[in-house]
Design a protein around this ligand. Structure first.
Ligand SMILES: Cc1cc2nc3c(=O)[nH]c(=O)nc-3n(C[C@H](O)[C@H](O)[C@H](O)COP(=O)(O)OP(=O)(O)OC[C@H]3O[C@@H](n4cnc5c(N)ncnc54)[C@H](O)[C@@H]3O)c2cc1C
Length: 453
């Protein structure tokens, strides 16, 4: 849920400034000597710090002043920007990198989303990209030595009509052919999996079946941002918070650096990962993108005992719901029908969603909602992202993830890092270049993406 105050670098537990970091113990994580085993989070560091009343945890990442120049500047300290910096440093040895964030880490959509992770998209290009992300999710807590609470509790998409059933069957078959797990469930199987749901044929939203991806689930969104920040910082990346980028210096079609609230920062290359504000950045750089930005809403209930251990999505009624580890029901609604930058969204959208949730889960009618918020999502005409080069040499964009980019965070950062380092897209993101809006090779994921996640 959106944090209420800027996250400073003192998140519980860390290693960056730890005396153990200099202990010379072998770097078993392959993090280039920045992270020693003794400085890792572990049961032993927990016990040691518990004995010190948890007062001696060092900062999870530094808060340096920006240097005059970097090889790469990443604009946007959300999950995608931080993951990009981490993989640039870890996999490609590019460590003279800064992430410039106008607010606080994860304060954009990364900290506002409903945390659903799955990889069952329709087209081969998307499925390959999201499945790459899924494989990274499966080892992410170990890779980062940070518990991102990835929970593969299954994601079930409901079919409310014969048309939904046929579309799900097509998508499920496509997934299985591509090696991605997918099962079509009957109403009886769904009732056994989610006893609290009302499937009655006479109800307003009868459930005729559903598609289940058992490897799908959820993760703790802030932990993803913090884990990548900590990992990137340990590899030498500078993370600069509360520093908006206000412009770009471009000479002869090539980017020279970024103008920021803390002055000009020279950059060999600039990667932009600012989600709903991408068209604003493109405007500053002098090119246009086929993107619209809209608020997308979510809300949480008061916490209750465990009642729902699967993520339920309904694209048809624009509602999706899961239960967090704290017991709150996390509910996702739709986007506003018009373009906007207000991070709250309009009330009729959440009212519609709650109406649908109450029909599907009658016992939830008695719950009180605790918080409602919005995030600005960036939507492409084909509901697929853009990850690649821009008309400005040395400038790259990663955007257009719309309502569903949290699940792709590790994969998106990984391919974006490759693209920036090699100045050309990786095979996995080559189909997602800006060029497709000229060539017409669109990747229409409206069915699989839509507002559902
Ligand atoms: C309510 C809601 C529910 C969602 N649910 C899901 C879900 O269940 N599953 C899923 O897969 N996806 C979901 N999404 C989508 C997902 O959250 C996003 O696609 C994803 O988090 C985008 O990550 P990001 O790092 O690109 O963007 P962000 O996390 O938004 O990061 C971009 C950062 O750029 C910064 N920035 C902007 N302008 C500037 C500037 N001028 N200078 C410097 N920094 C700047 C912002 O402050 C921000 O921190 C949801 C989104 C919302 C809003």
């Amino acid at each position: 849920m959106p944090p209420s105050a800027p996250i400073k670098s003192r998140i519980s537990g860390a290693f960056a400034e730890s005396p153990f970091a200099k202990s010379g113990i072998p770097d078993r994580l392959g993090l280039g000597g920045f992270q020693s085993m003794a400085a890792r989070y572990s049961i032993f560091s927990l016990i040691r710090n518990a004995l010190a009343y948890h007062e001696d945890w060092p900062a999870a990442w530094r808060s340096p002043e920006p240097k005059p120049a970097y090889d790469v500047v990443i604009v946007g300290g959300g999950g995608h920007g931080l993951a990009t910096a981490y993989y640039l440093a870890k996999e490609l040895g590019v460590r003279n990198v800064a992430v410039i964030e106008r607010g606080w880490l994860g304060g954009g959509n990364t900290g506002r989303n409903t945390t659903i992770v799955r990889s069952n998209y329709l087209w081969d290009e998307s499925a390959a990209l999201y499945e790459h992300a899924m494989k990274l999710w499966e080892g992410l807590s170990q890779d980062l030595n940070y518990n991102v609470m990835f929970s593969q509790r299954g994601v079930l998409s409901l079919a409310h009509s014969q048309h939904d059933l046929r579309a799900q069957s097509r998508q499920s078959n496509a997934n299985r052919l591509g090696g991605i797990d997918s099962e079509l469930l009957t109403p009886a199987q769904i009732k056994a999996l989610v006893p609290v749901m009302d499937l009655r044929a006479g109800g307003r939203y009868p459930v005729l079946g559903g598609a289940l991806q058992r490897r799908g689930g959820s993760a703790r969104h802030d932990a993803v941002a913090w884990g990548y920040a900590r990992g990137a910082d340990a590899l030498g990346v500078d993370i600069i918070q509360e520093c908006p980028v206000t412009g770009f210096r471009i000479d002869n079609g090539r980017v020279q650096g970024v103008e920021t609230a803390k002055g000009f920062i020279q950059a060999g290359k600039v990667g932009i990962a600012v989600a709903g504000h991408t068209s604003v950045m493109a405007n500053l750089a002098g090119f246009r993108l086929p993107i619209i930005s809209k608020p997308l809403q979510a809300l949480v209930s008061e916490p209750v005992k465990p009642v729902l251990d699967t993520v339920i999505m309904s694209g048809a009624v624009h509602a999706y719901i899961s239960q967090s580890d704290k017991g709150e029901l996390v509910i996702g609604a739709g986007t506003d029908r018009y373009v906007g930058y207000g991070q709250r969204g309009s009330l009729p959208v959440s009212e519609d969603t709650l109406g649908a949730i109450c029909e599907l889960f009658p016992s939830f009618r008695r719950l009180r909602m605790m918080r409602l918020w919005g995030g600005i999502v960036d939507i492409c005409p084909d509901a697929s992202p853009i990850i690649g080069k821009t008309p400005v040499e040395g400038m790259y964009i990663n955007c257009g993830w719309g309502t569903g980019g949290f699940k792709s965070t590790p994969g998106s950062g990984w391919v974006f890092a490759q693209t920036i380092a090699h100045d050309r897209p990786h095979d996995l993101n080559a189909p997602f270049s800006l060029d497709r809006f000229h060539t017409g090779y669109l990747i229409d994921e409206h069915g699989a993406a839509g507002v559902a996640h």
